[in-house]
Design a protein around this ligand. Sequence first.
Ligand code: ATP
Ligand code: MG
Length: 201
Amino acid sequence: MEKRIAIMGGTFDPIHHGHLITAEAVREAMDIGTMVFIPAAVPPHKLDREVTPAEHRLRMTELATASNPHFRVSDIELRRQGPSYTIDTIRALQKQYPEDTTFYFIIGADAINELTTWHEVDTLITMCHFIAATRQGTSFDAEGLYARFGERGRAHIHRALTPHIEISSTDIRSRVREGRSIRYLVPQVVREYIEKEGLYR
Ligand code: ATP
Ligand code: MG
């Protein structure tokens, strides 16, 4: 049975090669067998903006990850009502996996700098490890986080040196809206899905 499970959470609106390259780099570096991509149904930090219906984001995530035998997709957050809090997801996963499973949550450097605002973060940080992936233009304030979370932060927040891939979903959405190319920014299957469904126009 696997003892290490890594989670890549996000809005994935849409999923892109920045997500995929980061996930694969961390998976390999940390010798993690399974990386579970979990699209957020209602991202708590994006309540002020329009997000594409979750079924589309889930489908694109499935298409993008299908060719990697280490990647899985979970619809666990789509089956809950209200904001998709990571702590609720980890609690549910703890019930599904053996007791000695360690959970790793992969997070971009931009997102980890906001970790202090996450729901029940002081409990959450005792339940999983955070792997901060570096991202172009964003530095990871390790000392600030360690100061805020104390010993627990030092033990549960880690840095992963991942390639800097300057791709964001925001840029992809505006490219589609402006009729510009998104080729090579997202997997071809995702590009075809966006075209077929007429997303982001
Ligand atoms: P948006 O522009 O809509 O915010 P995004 O590209 O940041 O989208 P998200 O779904 O918000 O994508 O990100 C999910 C997770 O992936 C976050 O932890 C984020 O920091 C990380 N991430 C996003 N893009 C990259 C990238 N290019 N390299 C590394 N990590 C990334
Ligand atoms: Mg983002």
